[in-house]
Structures are given as structure tokens and as C-alpha cells.
Design a protein around this ligand. Sequence first.
Ligand SMILES: [Zn+2]
Ligand SMILES: [Zn+2]
Length: 280
Amino acid sequence: MLADYHVHSEFSDDSWYTVDDVCCDAVRLNLDEIRFTDHVDYGVKPDADHPELARPGDGKPAVNVDYARYFPAIELARERHAGDLVVKAGLEFGVQVHTIPQFTRVLEQYGQRMDFAILSIHQVDDQEFWGGDFQRGRTQREYNDAYYAEMLRVVERFSGYSVLGHMDLIKRYDPCGPYPFERSRDVIAAILERVIADGKGIEVNTSNFRYGLSDLQPCRDILRLYRDLGGHIVTLGSDSHEPAHLGSYIRYVMRCLGELGFTEFCTFDRWQPVFHPLPE
Ligand SMILES: [Zn+2]
Ligand SMILES: [Zn+2]
């Protein structure tokens, strides 16, 4: 069983990869199942029907998923590739404490047309990490602390998700280099305890290889802590935005999870985890 559970398409503001091309490539790569998880980031992006409100950029307007076109496109792809590939609809929610009500509304409106959501912390106080806005003017300790503090506040207030995405994402955009796990250990433990108590899981995001990180994402220390706390719901996703990334390193990371003592990984069906054995 090979599943990529973090896949972006042209419905994300930072990808041009069409839904059908993703599916054809996934079949060629012998994937059994893919999960589209296009971006929704309230606070920093308007909905797709208001592109005039988007922040200026050099690519497409930075807007949220166009729900009215997204779900039908995936449903069509599901029919077209039936028998070759399981095609499922999800979203990647970039949640902040002050945007929780907007995500709750998305779930009320579209929760029946999808059955999986990644909870990601992509920005805090509407400041993005990827461009360095959030880190600027803060010490490494301050932006690490603020990042995990926001994550804890969000998981304490919001449960409309399946897995916590790329938990130590801040490392991807850290101009000061690796930050010791021990300094964030307590808050990370508190977050994971809440995730487990709520019946949620975490994601292993295989994009660490293309971002040049020296460890898995999240790092092995976090994965061991999650395992030790009793966590067992884990999905694997490439976070692909283009053909070269689709399905990449999924098999390799499955082996890494086995080495860390995990025995199963998950796909999702109707918002519930489905467990599959990791290869020996
Ligand atoms: Zn993300
Ligand atoms: Zn993503």
C-alpha cells in the first residue's frame, strides 16, 4: 500500500500542477492512493471569489481554494481513474487562533465533500514564515517559542482536522540553523498529548529532503516522543507542488518509521483513520 497524503494542485496559489496530471503521474508512480490537500490560509488569503483582496505577488493571486470548482474536479478525477488509483479530497488548513471561525465554517459547508484535513501552522498574527516576516525582529528562541505556542493554542481550540502537518515546519525557514529539540520539548509534548487525546494524528512530510533538512520532518526526536506518548496515527505526504515531488521518499520514510518502532501508517476514510502495516 503506497499513499501520498499531502498533494497540491493548481487549486493552490503556489502550484500549476493540474488535478488530472497529478493523477496520471500517480498511476505511473504505482501509488495506490492520493490525497489532494490544497491550501486554505485565512488571515493572509481571501477566498477565490475575491482575488482583488489578495496580497500582491508575482504569481497567481494568493487566494484560498476555489471550493466550487475544487471538489467537482476531484470527484471527476476519482471517476476517471477508478480502478487505477484511489483519489480523495482533503484540504490543508493553515490555521491561526483568530481564523478558527472561518475554518469551522468551511467544515460546516464542505465537510461532507472531503474526509481529511491537515492542520498546519503556516503563519502567526498573519505573518508568514516562508518569507521571513515572522522571524524578523525576533531571536531564534522567540520565534520558535511563538510558533509552538500558537500551535498549542490552536490544537486546544480546534479539532476539525485529521493530522498535524509538518510539525517542525519553522525549521524549514530558520535563518539561524538547527534549534535544539530540548528547548521546545515541553511545549511539543503538550501539543502531542492534546493531539492524541483528541484522536488525531501527525504527518511525516517528506519534503525535508528537497529543503535540505538534516532530519525527517518532524524530526526523529518528535516522532519518538509521539510514539512514547502513545501516538500511532501517522500519515505520509510529499507536499508535492510539481511532478518531480509527487510520491517522493514515501517508501524511504516508511522504512524510517519502522526503524523508530512504528508498525502502521494511515490513510483516511470518512474522517476515520485506516491502518496499514508498514513494510518489514
Ligand atoms: Zn504546509
Ligand atoms: Zn502543503
